[in-house]
Design a protein. Structure first.
Lengths: 156, 155
């Protein structure tokens, strides 16, 4: 039996280069990803980390960095409940299609019935909706995050 | 084992009323749904058809119509020879206010194991709903080339 995975596809009127920047630049992610800033030098094997108000929330290693086509990183949530779960993996595929870019996020190697699976299944549609609106309109969606994000804890 | 179904959630800066209109009006659907018209009077039990570029692709009947909250119809593909013999499926749109946004949940269910239609609609809905979101937020639908979906007969 396969491990559970979560796949979400959206189409965005932008360029692959702008979308790549939006996924890898902390100033950008902070705007559409509920205040989470990402930081990394995006070299394969190197670390990356999301922080919110300077506290780490998600961390892992860069697995694939092939701008502007494919980005993948390992995913360890800093919440104590999720700490016991296996390290999962996130892959972004960016495919230009005419005047739009097809973005597919695949989150796999998840624990069956785990907290991470539950959180990300609700979270990715929000993050992707917010990212799409920001790139297309320049405005951030006024979206309130999933309740779990309200009581975030850190890796430290 | 998960049941074979397709679920897609998105958040749109609009009102439930405008989203309902976009889901039920051919004026809108032609723009975001690859030039598809919606042929029905939206009364429960009435026939329903999707007509793309003048060709009927899918048919069914209205199961639920509770504006602006919930819309459901049965759904059977009729164009492609491989898929037209599959059993009827069910499409449900749930519309919920989410702060200043609207949360749209599409559930398409009732597929047989190994359904070819499930593969097709899993490629189609993300494109249709992405374009719908753009249309409602910016006034312009997306120009997604139909061939981008990789669905046989869509080009």
């Amino acid at each position: 039996m396969n491990k559970p995975e979560f796949v979400y596809t959206t189409y965005i009127e932008t360029t692959a280069e702008k979308l790549w920047q939006a996924l890898t630049d902390g100033d950008f992610t902070e705007r559409y990803w509920f205040g989470h800033r990402v930081a990394s030098d995006w070299k394969v094997g190197g670390p990356y980390q999301f922080t919110k108000q300077a506290k780490p929330t998600i961390e892992g290693k860069v697995l694939v960095s092939d701008p502007p086509k494919q980005l993948a990183y390992s995913w360890d949530s800093c919440s104590p409940e999720a700490k016991r779960e296996r390290t999962s993996r996130v892959t972004f595929d960016l495919e230009p299609r005419g005047k739009v870019v097809k973005l597919t996020v695949t989150h796999d190697n998840l624990d069956e019935g785990g907290k991470t699976l539950r959180d990300i299944s609700g979270g990715w549609p929000m993050v992707m909706a917010s990212l799409k609106s920001l790139l297309e309109s320049g405005r951030v969606l006024d979206i309130y995050p999933p309740s779990a994000a309200a009581k975030e804890t850190t890796c430290a | 084992m998960p049941r074979p179904e397709f679920v897609y959630v998105t958040y749109i800066e609009t009102t439930p009323e405008k989203l309902w209109e976009a889901l039920t009006s051919s004026e809108f659907s032609r723009r975001y749904w690859f030039n598809t018209e919606l042929k029905t009077d939206w009364k429960i039990g009435s026939p329903f058809a999707l007509v793309m570029n003048g060709t009927t692709t899918d048919v069914g009947e209205i199961l639920e119509a509770d504006p602006p909250r919930r819309l459901s119809y049965s759904f059977r593909h009729v164009r492609d020879d491989d898929m037209r013999n599959e059993k009827p499926t069910k499409v449900v749109f749930a519309i919920e206010p989410h702060g200043k946004l609207v949360k749209l949940t599409l559930t398409h269910e009732g597929f047989a194991e190994g359904s070819k239609l499930l593969d097709g609609i899993s490629r189609g809905w993300p494109a249709i709903l992405s374009s719908l979101k753009s249309l409602l937020e910016s006034g312009t639908a997306l120009a997604i080339p139909p061939s981008a979906l990789g669905i046989e007969g869509m080009s």
